[in-house]
Design a protein around this ligand. Structure first.
Ligand SMILES: Nc1ncnc2c1ncn2[C@@H]1O[C@H](COP(=O)(O)OP(=O)(O)OP(=O)(O)O)[C@@H](O)[C@H]1O
Ligand SMILES: [Mg+2]
Length: 261
């Protein structure tokens, strides 16, 4: 049963189709207070769709999604807005605003939701950027820079900084390591772990990057056949004796031979 004291986000019996493409069918998932849950599975299996439904950016055709035991679809607009303030979402594409400076990007939600002064916003922006290794010491000019002037890895770090600006209770990350080189993947994984420790968060990380999963996740949920087929603590997940899990894990860690050399 749902225990709102322990279960931050959950879905029960959720199905979602796009026209005749049934993507998720009768899926259940619980995200527990304080954990980092990784969601893995092949490209196109519905990870991003599941993540969007967890925060009401997409609605299931059947079933329900709960935030701390309360169904999202029974909330008023104000209540839903409050949930979205508590739950940050880092999009698969970095989705920084290209026409805004780093400062404006990081403090965007503060402008919307708080009455902070300019000084408070600058101070908060530095705190958040510090957390992702882009602090005053490393990048004294960064607040005034535009996203286009930054590397892909730095843009990703700025979008992580933006996600913590309002001190969320939950962060949902969609492919935070996507498209980055191994060193940057590792750096982002470290940042996900740092933010978790710093703010006592609950995190959900959708990723193909299994080394990061082993590094940061407390539990792993693997999608297969339209639902979360396997959910287990990370160490247990790595021991699962199932050819589908083994095949997925082994191809993701070692690229196929034709890719090497
Ligand atoms: N807005 C949409 N309209 C129509 N179909 C969609 C929409 N969003 C997702 N889909 C379909 O739902 C399925 C799952 O997509 P989703 O983006 O969740 O996959 P994913 O597991 O996140 O893949 P990847 O690992 O490549 O990001 C795909 O078949 C996709 O085409
Ligand atoms: Mg996706």
């Amino acid at each position: 049963m749902l225990d709102p004291a322990q279960t931050v986000l959950s879905m029960r019996g959720v199905s979602k189709a796009f026209d005749d493409n049934l993507v998720i069918e009768n899926a259940d998932l619980d995200v527990l207070e304080g954990e980092t849950l990784a969601i893995i599975g092949p490209s196109g299996c519905g990870k991003s769709v599941a993540l969007r439904m967890l925060i009401g950016l997409m609605w299931p055709d059947e079933g329900k999604v709960f935030y701390r035991g309360r169904p999202l679809d029974e909330m008023s607009d104000d209540q839903l807005a409050e949930v979205r303030r508590e739950v940050s979402y880092v999009f698969q594409e970095d989705a920084l605003f290209d026409s805004m400076t780093v400062l404006e990007n990081v403090t965007y939600a503060m402008v919307e939701h708080t009455k902070s002064t300019d000084e408070e916003m600058v101070a908060r922006a530095w705190e958040c950027l510090e957390l992702v290794g882009l602090g005053k010491k490393e990048r004294p000019q960064i607040l005034e820079q535009m996203p286009a002037e930054l590397s892909g890895g730095m843009r990703r770090r700025v979008s992580l900084a933006r996600a913590v600006a309002l001190v969320p209770r939950v962060i949902l990350y969609d492919e935070p390591m996507g498209g980055l080189d191994p060193a940057n993947c590792r750096r982002i994984a470290d940042m996900v772990a740092n933010m978790q420790a710093q703010y006592d968060l609950t995190s959900v990380v959708v990723t193909h990057h299994l080394p990061s999963v082993w590094h940061v996740a407390d539990r792993v949920a693997m999608m297969h056949e339209k639902r979360f087929h396997w959910i287990a603590p990370t160490e247990e997940f790595r021991q699962i004796d199932d050819p589908i899990v083994e095949a997925f894990v082994s191809t993701e860690i070692k690229p196929p031979e034709e890719w090497v050399g």
